[in-house]
Design a protein around this ligand. Structure first.
Ligand SMILES: [Zn+2]
Length: 371
């Protein structure tokens, strides 16, 4: 069987978003702190892959910088130049909560290019699937602005290049980051060849985005599904969402490639999400997407790392996803899982079920694929 690819690079951890508390404020009473989008969460995931030996069973895919043409397939020249100029100097804001540090431009190019390299490995048949452990993240970035810690739209650029250069006519994006994938939605809102699905916490970030009734426009009607789960949703709600909405939508759409925007911030102890997922939830969600991928697109999945802000727990959630993708369990037992599973809130509750039932009605509107 083909290996699972892994893109990771020390340089990703050198993007410096600053030492604010994560929200723009001019108050002199906010003590400088570790930024939520801190490199350590991702570095610790890579460390766990290494010490567990899991990395030895993965195909390491070297990242490359995205070219200007590739970035231009989504972003405006003016925005790209704005990021470059900030990065060449002392840095600054490239949009709402999107900090550029000195040198961040080159790292953001490598982040988008790392996702492209992962896509190339999967679409050329060198890897069965791949995980791009990149940084900065991308799913909030819009064509002309950064947003929510994101500079360039990694998943958007991957999807567009997969379609333009690698013969993936139809691509689906499953975004399980706890925040709404507004940037990805905006890129493909009127495109019937790209199905975008975002499973997120209702009215978290961006607070005014991600409602059920945003379902695609024009030719893309039906090809965007938002599932805004209520705060406090756990494994019951997430698995019901995947079984009743995400998987049926994928099977109906029949993409040639599935991209997972893999935010690990729906986890139970994430500082900026209010959901209750465990590593087991991520494992089971991965398994469900893989089953759909096996059925419609030869198992081709590329996961792009997005959010996830718990230093303690991101490594175990990420390991579970990568173990599942690779079909190999490492010797690691999630040391938090038993306690988290004893806590209340994992069962599907009626107010969560109502949202899932409404979202399930949208599956019939997804543009059906052939075959
Ligand atoms: Zn997020």
């Amino acid at each position: 069987m083909l290996p699972t690819g892994l893109v990771a690079h020390e340089r990703y951890f050198w993007h410096d978003p600053g030492r604010g508390a994560g929200f723009s404020t001019s108050s002199i009473y906010v003590q400088p702190d570790r930024h939520p989008e801190d490199p350590d969460t991702k570095r610790r995931l890579l460390a766990l892959l290494e010490v567990s030996g899991q990395v030895d069973h993965l195909l390491r895919i070297p990242p490359r910088p995205a070219t200007m043409d590739e970035i231009l397939c989504f972003h405006t020249p003016r925005y790209i130049e704005h990021v470059r100029a900030l990065s060449a100097g002392v840095g600054g804001e490239a949009g709402d909560s999107a900090t550029v540090g000195h040198g961040s431009y080159e790292i953001a190019l490598l982040s988008a290019g790392g996702c492209l390299a992962a896509g190339e490995a999967v679409l050329s048949g060198r890897a069965r699937n791949a995980y791009a452990l990149v940084r900065p993240p991308g799913h909030h970035a819009e064509a002309d602005s950064g947003r929510g810690y994101c500079l360039f739209g990694n998943a958007v650029i991957l999807v567009k290049q997969a379609r333009q250069k690698h013969g993936a006519a139809r691509v689906a994006v499953v975004d399980w980051d706890v925040h709404h994938g507004n940037g990805t939605e905006s890129a493909f809102i009127d495109d019937p060849s790209v199905l975008t699905i975002s499973v997120h916490q209702d009215h978290n970030y961006p607070v005014d985005a991600g409602s059920l009734d945003v379902n695609g426009t024009g030719a893309g009607r039906g090809a965007n599904i938002n599932i805004p789960l209520p705060a406090g949703s756990g494994q019951g709600a997430y698995l019901a969402t995947f079984e009743r909405v995400v998987v049926p939508a994928l099977l109906r759409f029949r993409p040639d490639l599935i991209v997972i925007a893999s935010g690990l911030d729906a986890a139970i102890i994430d500082p900026i999400g209010r959901m209750l997922c465990t590593s087991e939830t991520y494992r089971l969600m991965t398994r469900l997407v893989m089953q759909a991928a096996d059925e419609v697109c030869g198992g081709r999945i590329v996961a792009t790392h997005e959010g996830g802000y718990s230093n303690a727990y991101v490594p175990f959630c990420g390991l579970a996803v990568i173990e599942e993708l690779s079909g190999r369990r490492s010797p690691v037992i999630d040391p938090y899982l038993a306690e988290f599973e004893m806590m209340a809130g994992h069962a599907l509750l009626p107010h969560q079920e109502a949202v899932i039932r409404a979202a399930a009605e949208l599956v019939a509107r997804v543009p059906p694929g052939a075959g």
